[in-house]
Design a protein around this ligand. Structure first.
Ligand SMILES: [Zn+2]
Length: 288
């Protein structure tokens, strides 16, 4: 492997270097470390490889050997998000770009015969691109940054980022590149299972998992996701009831000027949340 460009990053949302380690995460993350920003409460992996190295790991390692969207739990959560989008802003006759489209199963679900969307996928994995081709889905093989830089003229009504924003190297980079793909007044939909500061939905060893820490560099509360969207030129217009759902799904409209979402999370609250989660996991679920 060549230069993987490993470096330490400041907080992606506010730029501060002042952070605290979430020490209980060490029990579950191997060599990886998880930090919380003392300025704004954002939870992130400080030490990361290059965007390309992380995209390559998802393409070459995780997708090929560990991950597939073809299981009932993932079909269920994708169905939930499709119904949520359709209820809030409608999918029929809309042009929809899925950023990090994977095997194309979400796009397959929302296109003509079911929800009526006109779909396109952006996906770094060539193997996944081939699967999309077999489904007859138009697509681009590369990262969102590659696509934005390729000078494509397409402007979409809706961009979806499904369980992907937490897995990239720069969450603001991904959102800002996505904004460039949208029509004025278009919408981005972000869904993530990395929701925090709400009731625990799974044991901590399932949540933090065994993969390299930087393949899952961000953990979003609603406040953190709303701020990331505001900083990238979006205004939140809808979200699901995430407090008792595995999914945090947010719909935001592209705006002329960056808006602001002032609410931050107190970093001590974040540390306390992970401390309680660790204690409960150890007490009740450590053998599972
Ligand atoms: Zn911060």
């Amino acid at each position: 492997m060549g230069d993987t460009g490993v470096q330490d990053f400041p907080c992606d949302l506010c730029g501060s270097d002042d952070c605290a380690e979430i020490e209980v995460a060490r029990h579950y993350m191997g060599e990886g470390r998880l930090h919380v920003c003392k300025e704004c409460g954002f939870v992130y992996v400080r030490r990361r490889r290059s965007a390309q190295a992380i995209a390559d790991e998802w393409s070459d390692e995780l997708y090929q050997t560990k991950y597939t969207a073809r299981i009932p739990a993932i079909v269920a959560r994708q169905t939930f998000v499709a119904e949520f989008i359709n209820a809030e802003i409608g999918l029929g006759a809309k042009t929809v770009c899925d950023v990090g489209a994977g095997e194309g199963l979400f796009l397959d679900m929302i296109r003509e015969d079911r929800f009526g969307a006109d779909v396109f996928g952006i996906e770094p994995s060539g193997a996944n691109g081939k699967l999309m081709g077999e489904l007859g889905i138009d697509h681009f093989v590369g990262t969102i940054e590659d696509y934005a830089a390729s000078g494509k003229e397409t402007e979409f009504d809706i961009a979806t980022i499904m369980w992907t924003l937490e897995n990239c190297q720069s969450c603001l980079g991904m959102l800002r590149s996505t904004a460039e793909l949208l029509k004025d007044g278009g919408h981005v939909v972000v869904s993530t299972g990395s929701r925090i500061l709400v009731p625990f939905k799974k044991p901590l060893h399932y949540y933090l998992g065994p993969n390299e820490a930087d393949t899952h560099a961000f953990r979003f509360s609603f406040n953190a996701l709303a701020r990331a969207l505001a900083l990238s030129g979006f205004e939140v217009i809808a979200h699901n009831r995430y407090i008792d759902n595995d999914v945090l799904a947010v719909i935001a409209r592209k705006t002329e000027t960056p808006s602001s979402h002032a609410s931050v999370d107190e970093w001590q609250d974040v540390v306390g949340f992970f401390d309680r989660w660790h204690a409960e996991t150890q007490e009740f679920y450590s053998g599972t």
